[in-house]
Design a protein around this ligand. Structure first.
Ligand SMILES: C[S@@+](CC[C@H](N)C(=O)[O-])C[C@H]1O[C@@H](n2cnc3c(N)ncnc32)[C@H](O)[C@@H]1O
Length: 166
């Protein structure tokens, strides 16, 4: 499952490169859904389903527990200002939700170009004894995303994090 696919370039590329894996893409932004639908059509993808809804609602209300092998969270909105930190998707209740929906041995892979968000995510997932993990090198399978490109253009440092459900 990928949360927040944006315009879906990376999502479609990953689905194309792993044709035997089934993917769910969750995105609240309708133009992003439209863009990814066009890519599904263009690449003739049969292994990718889109849901135009808040990931937290879909996960908590529509997905059974222990159903996911992996969750991809690539360049979540960083919400730089302290007064907006409560809007960040990575929160204690999100960590709990991800734990419940992952299969044993499943993982979440987070990438961010905002160092403070990497620290924030490490604090939330790293302090939860039910997960094992931390910073990893960028995996080859993860394409450059649109937001990543923008961040790199501004000189931002990209961090990849992986936490496995123990
Ligand atoms: C900064 S963009 C990154 C998009 C893409 N992953 C990339 O790297 O280019 C974050 C995306 O997450 C989406 N998003 C934010 N909160 C979400 C939620 N609760 N459920 C689903 N999508 C969400 C936003 O609409 C936005 O498209």
């Amino acid at each position: 499952m990928e949360i927040g696919t944006g315009m879906g370039e990376a999502t479609a590329e990953i689905a194309q490169n792993f044709p035997d894996t089934g993917f769910f893409a969750l995105e609240v932004h309708r133009p992003g859904i439209g863009s990814l639908l066009a890519r599904i059509n263009e690449f003739e993808l049969k292994n990718l389903r889109l849901i135009n809804e808040d990931a937290r609602i879909v996960l908590s209300e529509n997905m059974p527990d222990q159903c996911l092998d992996a969750v991809h969270l690539y360049f979540p909105d960083p919400w730089h200002k302290k007064k907006h930190w409560k809007r960040r998707i990575v929160q204690a209740d999100f960590v709990d939700l991800i734990y419940r929906k992952l299969k044993p041995g499943g993982h979440i892979h987070i990438a961010t170009d905002w160092v403070a968000y990497a620290d924030w995510s490490q604090e939330k997932f790293g302090s939860d004894a039910r997960f094992i993990g931390g910073v990893i090198p960028k995996p080859d399978f993860r394409p450059l995303t649109r937001f990543e490109g923008k961040g790199l253009g501004k000189g931002h440092i990209v961090t990849d994090l992986k936490y496995v459900k123990a």
